[in-house]
Design a protein around this ligand. Sequence first.
Ligand code: COA
Length: 157
Amino acid sequence: MLENTQIKIPETNEEIKKCHEIREYVLKESFADDGLVLNHYDPTHPAHNHPNISLIYLHDGVVIGSVRMDKKFEYLNFKENEFRLALFAITEELQGKGFGAHFFAGIKSWCQQNAIDTVYTNARVKAHPFWKKMGFIDKVWDDKAVEENEIQMVLKI
Ligand SMILES: CC(C)(COP(=O)(O)OP(=O)(O)OC[C@H]1O[C@@H](n2cnc3c(N)ncnc32)[C@H](O)[C@@H]1OP(=O)(O)O)[C@@H](O)C(=O)NCCC(=O)NCCS
């Protein structure tokens, strides 16, 4: 099942649309963790563009996962060898089948190919066990943004 998969930057209109659908879903989930409702999702927000990089995960040619690798976000500026992993998700109906772990293994390879050795993330409490399994450790790396429903983590690749 995990054979026919691919990781790439979204290119076609359909891939970009699906990337944003999944991203909107994970953002909604994160808002819900804080008891908030996401009223408006803006696919044109500058954070979705350069220098940040969107990656999608396809299975049998269908986009089933997406992530944003952030170089810059608000006051955050990451070094050449670093990224902040944001809004990682697998489409809801295909969760729990090993796709998330497989997608993340591909992201790790992508990091190695791009000379990235440090990845930061803000894990949802609900997804914290998943990130621990992926090798991340708890570490506050942005003390201005310590949140109740998020755990700051880092992975040295
Ligand atoms: C979190 C998420 C990306 C995991 O992807 P997935 O495809 O469901 O995970 P996998 O099936 O690849 O699981 C890999 C391992 O992590 C474990 N795992 C995954 N999610 C878990 C959870 N919420 N709690 C405990 N363990 C979890 C699995 O049991 C599995 O363990 P195993 O290797 O011992 O069998 C996915 O559930 C998701 O998109 N959730 C909604 C969005 C989200 O929360 N994104 C994370 C933002 S920080």
